[in-house]
Design a protein around this ligand. Structure first.
Ligand code: SAM
Length: 279
């Protein structure tokens, strides 16, 4: 059979394969689709979330630029990320505690069963606390402080919409320590340019430093995929290459996309992206 991503009304990515799991949770339609070329794929409401073949690009770039450049990342908050891919990357670092706040328990259970190559045993790591909640609620009036917040949400629709709001970013700013950093995905540079621009201009009102970053995420189709990094203190661009490289080598990070050269290169933006950010 053929299954089509339906994120866009006028652009579809079709893939041949077979559905091996399909269920409507209280939040969304969850499908695991088995394909010969990309392995297993998690679809939520007919939108590709992650594939066994290429998830490493996105999960590594959502994690290592911050975890390697922050001076002492001990307490990490991950919002969304129910497939466990970001969690697996974060746990490669000597963090003390990781909270993962995912609204839909089903996504975690399905990922643990069908996407072991993505999440591994990360949900069972003793440093991890998994909380089933709306991320936007969890961050409100939080006493607890964090070093890094990673927002691994779907696109701004349905229950994920609140994870793109000014209030959400304000609450994250409040719960971050003085040298805290946040990263979030902001969509395809070609098909969703508004997502980067709107969130850049929302976050810029709250954080003193904001840095766009790009990566080539093949199944988040058409063009560079974009991210925004917001910092209270130093940014991932402030760490000298030698220090970053030493940390990368010492940690023996097993990465397939990220490396110290890519770290710095990912902040060099093509003109069509750089020029389209400021309102
Ligand atoms: N990498 C994907 C992307 O860029 O679109 C996202 C993957 S991950 C599976 C997204 C997760 O965010 C889903 O499991 C979804 O249930 C969760 N989610 C959506 N809205 C949420 C909210 N308000 N609070 C917490 N988790 C949420």
């Amino acid at each position: 059979m053929w299954y089509y991503e339906k994120l866009f009304p006028d652009v579809k990515l079709g893939l041949e394969g077979k559905i091996i799991y399909k269920k409507k949770s209280s939040y969304q339609n969850i499908v695991i689709y088995q394909t010969p070329r990309l392995g297993r794929i998690l679809f939520l409401d007919d939108t590709i979330q992650t594939t066994e073949k290429d998830n490493f690009v996105y999960h590594e770039m959502l994690t290592h630029p911050l975890l390697l450049s922050h001076p002492s990342p001990k307490k990490i908050l991950v919002i969304g990320a129910g497939d466990g891919g970001v969690l697996k990357e974060v746990l490669k670092h000597d963090v003390e505690k990781v909270y993962l706040v995912e609204i839909d328990r089903e996504v975690i259970e399905v990922s643990k069963k069908y996407l072991k190559s993505i999440c591994g045993k990360s949900f069972n790591d003793k440093r991890v606390e998994t909380i089933i909640d709306d991320g936007a609620k969890f961050v409100q009036n939080k006493e607890e402080k964090f070093d890094i917040v990673i927002v691994d949400s779907p696109d701004p629709m349905g229950v994920a919409k609140v994870l793109f709001s000014q209030k959400f970013y304000q609450d994250i700013f409040s719960l971050l320590n003085e040298d805290g950093m946040m990263i979030r995905q902001t969509g395809s540079s070609i098909l969703q340019p508004k997502e980067l621009r709107e969130n850049y201009n929302r976050i810029k009102k709250i954080f003193p430093k904001i840095t766009p970053m790009v990566a080539a995420c093949p199944t988040y189709i058409i063009g560079f995929f974009t991210f925004l990094i917001a910092c209270k203190g130093k940014t991932p661009l402030n760490i000298p290459f030698e220090d970053l490289n030493r940390k990368y080598q010492q940690k023996k990070l097993r990465t397939k996309y990220y490396n110290p050269e890519i770290h710095f290169a990912s902040f060099s933006l093509p003109n069509y992206i750089k020029g389209g950010i400021e309102e």
